[in-house]
Design a protein around this ligand. Structure first.
Ligand code: PXP
Length: 274
């Protein structure tokens, strides 16, 4: 075995399961279009968990464009699954997190005019702000992840500010897949693979998300260091056609299938190496 294949075999030798977090923001977007209570994001969360989701993710934006404070309160009270609260690095959000105590907080950059979270958090540029912010969340027993681009400088800074996890922004990878641009796709996938190896090697848990769909998820779920994917918009869109339970179950099965193939190739590599 070459050293590269030996390293690859070691990476996949003990492949952990991969968690699926369902982002329910856009159930709230639809509800807010009419301003009533329907469709209810908490009901969606319940269905998603029944269909195989491990976590529920909700982004309480500063402008409250989709998820509202009351949704977070009801999700916390319902205790359906661990809640991952996505939020900006602001005193207001810190106070809400400390009062509601979700299982995890994912810190994201936020710009009011953006349609969605367009890029990763610049951790390297705000080490001084993030270090005490993260320490306070961790003291309250909340797991912290930072939504970053898969870049070495940001991974090093993430370690420096003592986060528990990083979530890689998969937007550029998904855009390359959608454009059917083979070279860009290869480059973006390599960034995710290298980033995941580097982050895991420095003791960080690795998550990923943004723009994932049935076609592009398998390559990401096949990166052994990635242990959680957070997916929303595509599954809520698909739910219009097949229902939320079916869209979540299909994503679950694609992710589990990717992990199964990895384990299989690890076993084959071991047998072949004998
Ligand atoms: N992870 C984070 C940190 C996000 O901000 C988002 C989008 O809100 C997602 C995952 C899910 O992205 P998408 O809705 O494109 O699946």
């Amino acid at each position: 075995m070459t050293s590269k294949t030996a390293r690859q075999a070691r990476r996949v030798a003990s492949v952990p399961p991969i968690r699926l977090g369902i982002n329910i923001d856009h159930i709230a977007t639809l509800r807010n279009a009419r301003g009533g209570r329907h469709p209810d994001p908490v009901r969606a969360a319940k269905l998603a968990v029944e269909a195989g989701a491990d976590n529920i993710t909700a982004h309480l934006r500063e402008d409250r464009r989709h998820i509202h404070d009351d949704d977070i309160a009801r999700l916390t009270a319902a205790r359906l699954a661990p809640l991952n609260l996505e939020m900006a690095v602001t005193p207001e959000m810190l106070a809400i997190a400390l009062a509601t105590r979700p299982h995890a907080c994912c810190l994201v950059p936020e710009r009011r005019q953006e349609l969605t979270t367009e890029g990763g958090l610049d951790v390297a540029g705000q080490v001084g702000t993030l270090t005490p912010f993260i320490a306070e969340l961790k003291r309250a027993g909340i797991q912290v992840s930072l939504f970053i681009d898969p870049e070495q400088q940001q991974i090093d800074a993430a370690r420096q500010v003592k986060t528990d996890a990083v979530e890689f922004h998969t937007g550029s990878y998904c855009a390359a897949a959608a454009a059917d641009d083979g070279r860009a796709l290869e480059r973006e996938l390599k960034r995710l693979i290298d980033g995941a190896e580097a982050a895991a090697a420095s003791g960080l848990e690795v998550h990923a998300g943004h723009g994932l769909d049935y076609d592009n998820v398998v390559a990401v779920a096949s990166i052994p260091e990635i242990v959680e994917l957070n997916i929303g918009h595509y599954l809520v869109g698909e739910a219009m056609f097949v229902g939320l339970s079916k869209s979540v179950a299909r994503m679950r099965s694609l992710m589990d299938g990717a992990r199964e193939s990895l384990r299989h190739s690890a076993t084959e590599a071991k047998v072949g190496g004998r």
